[in-house]
Write a protein that binds this ligand. Sequence first.
Ligand code: HAM
Length: 425
Amino acid sequence: MTTDAWRAPKGTNDILPPGSREWALILQLAQSCFASAGYEPVETPMFEHTEVFERGVGEGTEVVDKQMYTFTDQGGRSLTLRPEGTAPVVRAVLEHNLHRGPLPVKLCYGGAFFRQERPQKGRYRQFFQVGIEAIGSDSPLVDVEVIEVGTRFLQTVGVEPTLLLNSIGHVDPSCRGAYLATLVEWLKAHEGELAPADRQRVNTNPLRTFDSKENKTVGAMKAAPLITEHLCDECRAHFETVQELLGTLGVGFRLEPRLVRGLDYYTQTAFEFVAGGLGSQNAVGGGGRYDGLSESLGGPPLPGIGFALGVDRILLASSGQMTRGTQPHRVYVVALGDRAAREALKVTTDLRIHGIQAQLDLMGRGMKGQMKDADRTGARWAVILGDDELAVGEVTVRDLESGYQQRITSETHALAKHLGMEQER
Ligand code: HAM
């Protein structure tokens, strides 16, 4: 085995303490924020039949053509590690007929996703997303609900996002269909102004030319016709209502008529949350409507909208602000002597049962070593058990910040109450 075998594969991360605390907190806060708007957890498999992504996300997209971890299992089936969550969620809704129940079906998720991208800061091969999907309503109210939840969640975790907003219409000849013909004509006429690497896009996925990172193409596309000038009346009205309703909720946004998103299922509303301090990978999340996705997966017409936020990028963008002030004050039970050590285990357990985070020495350290360990664990309070204290059924509670200490009864209910009250301050 080469030494490389002992390293995590390229583009993957071990999420270790103390950073893992924030990581876990994001997942937890996401669930409660999404629940506040009625989104219920859903878990889909880590892998799907490859077709779910080929048909859902679309052949011709970077994700499907270049980034999927696809493998053949022992039974000869082509399976793919999920590169995103929307197609699997819609697949699950259709398979279990959730769309025949009350609509919209409102679901949320969090977990690992896989794309074989060139790794760099904020871009990994295994990354984490939290997201929501509202399936079954085409009302602009849902667009606004979804966008507001995403904005609020990012603010909760210490990210001040800029919301980029666009509408890319629907696939009909009366709308995006006609626009694409105009765009292709324009791209052909201006082929020489595009970077050579982008010239093929005219034939494969013309809209995606707006996504190019090549300076030459980005410059040229500034003069290209815009989708927003070619929306059908219905899509235009929908988009205007979304903007108006976002305004009534005080959700700020910036219109970005060149925002096309990298996945093919999008229709109408498309959006991205960007944040500073992330370099070129500045999108902390994105989403939009996908009114045709159900049909691409063989289901009935079923509109939907949702978003996914990148947890790895949220962590980079919030840089530790999130857990500041949210750490509960921990307790470290210090034991002096063997008898006290046994008692310490009981006191610690009782505190935990009362909902107070508590730790104790498990390495046979002396008093000095235990105080140092208390400091290492971030404890705010030391509960000290010595022979004196044991003899009278008391403990010494020391505030490790101020040094103030007092004796109180070791009766756990009273002790937990005392520490619990201190914890709330
Ligand atoms: P997406 O824009 O491909 O959308 O991904 C959403 C977010 O996931 C990105 O903005 C980014 O923060 C994060 N992300 C994506 N790829 C990587 C990567 N390689 N490394 C680190 N972070 C990454 C979707 O996935 C859609 N399913 C969103 C959606 C839900 N649309 C409707 N509903």
